[in-house]
Design a binder for this molecule. Structure first.
Ligand SMILES: Cc1cc2nc3c(=O)[nH]c(=O)nc-3n(C[C@H](O)[C@H](O)[C@H](O)COP(=O)(O)OP(=O)(O)OC[C@H]3O[C@@H](n4cnc5c(N)ncnc54)[C@H](O)[C@@H]3O)c2cc1C
Length: 459
């Protein structure tokens, strides 16, 4: 097996969840790694987390944290969420995510998680992180890159292999696209987001149940909220960027924001006392899916995480997928006979999965903002859980396969489609589970392949 460092040092661009995870996997394989991160050290500087303040962490991310020896530390800063708390007309309804005690997702602070990963990377003794070091350009043929330091002074640095974990606006990917190694498609969702903080109550307690992901579904748009350990919640409004009465183009100033919230989310007006100040000072973020074909250039460069496959956030999987991609690449580096072969095998195995989660993430937006209040969706959801209860060796609902297992996303999507067809047939004309013909259900389910064995989360 040729090594990543046979032509010079191994550099990683970006110290987000993918860059730090990849650096630790490489250190475990005996490499010395230098990471260049454009932002200051978040453990020492009070910088914004960049994108979302907190995230949903699920089994795929946790499996990586276990490999890296970071799971126990991260577990100490998470808040389990057992389902969606749906808020409609002042009433709430908890829709559990799964039916086993372990089937919960975890709310975790982006800065908290990333800080632990930085500590773990540095503790290997094989990872050096250069903060405020921004990659500006990469010459893949010469194996050199230009980085600028905190004073904006450029430095040319040589490398043997460069690993682009620099997120959805990746500079490494730009260089690969310019050289013809990659082709990139960016599909804007057309919806943006704005984060708002729901502070703790006067006695420091949570103002909502912390052990649920709160959703205020409103058809074309929605708000959600996830708890943070200090007693507050990060609420996020997702809404069309332009057009119509309900868009970031129409709801602009503080007065229109207050009117909008009073009409659509009166509960949030009560929960966020400084709503108009936050509305004015917090930015609107954009959302897009990035699909890249060509994740590597010979044995000189490879893209991992959002740099290769950024997705919209509605399945809570972007970071989980980014970290899982590091695990997949590390496995190929261990088993392949050359670095180039490992890079090519990584993309051919992984891209069908990241394409699948990209599609499922978009589908889940519709589910969260609209379907969760639709009686036919609720019947299908209860039936999927009932089929899983009766035939757990063959049936797992889509949400469970994505969040609670490490089954390939492409297989999860294919199984979900099959199950969707069965649910359509069984619920046609049914008003409740009592109307479902379970003898027919058994015959249909017996045609589904057994769930794969040896996949975490499947029992
Ligand atoms: C609103 C929102 C909510 C989300 N919620 C979830 C969720 O609940 N669960 C989930 O799993 N995922 C979620 N995601 C997705 C998740 O944020 C990303 O998938 C994840 O951060 C990708 O990790 P990464 O390391 O590939 O990229 P990033 O996290 O973007 O990290 C890239 C790093 O590279 C650095 N960098 C960038 N350019 C350069 C450069 N030129 N030189 C040097 N350094 C550079 C950046 O500063 C950054 O530190 C959400 C995303 C958004 C926008």
């Amino acid at each position: 097996m040729s090594r990543l460092d046979s032509n010079g040092p191994v550099v990683v661009i970006g110290a987000g969840p993918a860059g730090t995870s990849m650096a630790v996997y490489l250190a475990q394989m005996g490499y010395d790694v230098t990471v260049h991160e454009s932002r200051p050290d978040m453990r020492r500087t009070d910088i914004s987390a960049g994108r979302s303040i907190n995230l949903a962490l699920a089994n795929r991310g946790i499996a990586v944290l276990e490999d890296l020896g970071a799971a126990a530390r991260v577990d100490a800063i998470t808040i389990p969420m057992r389902g969606r708390m749906v808020h409609v007309d002042g009433e709430t309804n908890l829709q559990p995510y799964g039916q086993r005690p372990s089937e919960v997702i975890q709310s975790v602070s982006r800065v908290g998680l990333n800080s632990i990963l930085l500590d773990v990377a540095e503790a290997t003794g094989h990872v050096e992180v250069n903060f405020e070091s921004r990659c500006r350009s990469v010459d893949l043929e010469a194996r050199t890159m230009v980085v600028t330091d905190a004073d904006d002074v450029p430095h040319t640095i040589g490398f043997g292999t460069i690993i682009g974990t620099d997120g959805s606006a990746s500079a490494v990917r730009d260089a690969m696209e310019s050289s013809g190694a990659s082709s990139v498609r960016i599909d804007p969702l057309g919806h943006g987001y704005k984060e708002l903080t729901i502070p703790p109550a006067d006695d420091g307690s949570f103002r909502l149940d912390p052990n649920a992901l709160h959703i205020w579904p409103r058809g074309e748009f929605m708000a959600i909220a996830l708890a943070n350990p200090n007693g507050d919640f990060t609420a996020t409004l997702f809404m069309p960027a332009v057009g119509g009465e309900h868009s970031f183009e129409s709801v602009v100033g503080p007065d229109s924001a207050l009117d909008f919230f009073a009409g659509e989310f009166p509960e949030l007006v009560g929960l966020i006392p400084d709503l108009t100040d936050q509305w004015t000072s917090n930015p609107v973020g954009n959302l897009a899916t990035v699909r890249t074909v060509g994740w590597s250039h010979e044995d000189a460069a490879v893209l991992v995480g959002d740099a290769a496959h950024a997705i919209v956030p509605f399945h809570g999987q972007g970071m989980n997928a980014a970290m899982e991609s590091c695990k997949v690449l590390a496995a190929h580096l261990r088993s392949s006979s050359s670095v180039e072969e490992a890079f090519l095998a990584f993309e051919s195995v992984r891209r069908p999965d990241t394409d699948a989660i990209a599609d499922m993430a978009i589908d889940n937006y519709v589910e969260m903002r609209a379907s969760v209040t639709d009686p036919s969706y609720l019947l299908r959801r209860s039936l999927a859980l009932e089929l899983e209860r009766r035939w757990p060796e063959r049936v797992s609902p889509r949400y469970s396969m994505v969040m609670f297992t490490t089954m390939g996303y492409a297989e999860a999507r294919q199984r979900a489609r099959r199950l969707g067809g069965i649910l359509d047939e069984l619920t046609g004309g049914a008003a409740s589970l009592e109307d479902v013909d379970f003898t027919r259900a058994e015959a249909m389910v017996s045609e589904i392949d057994l769930l794969p064995t040896g996949v975490r989360g499947i029992r």
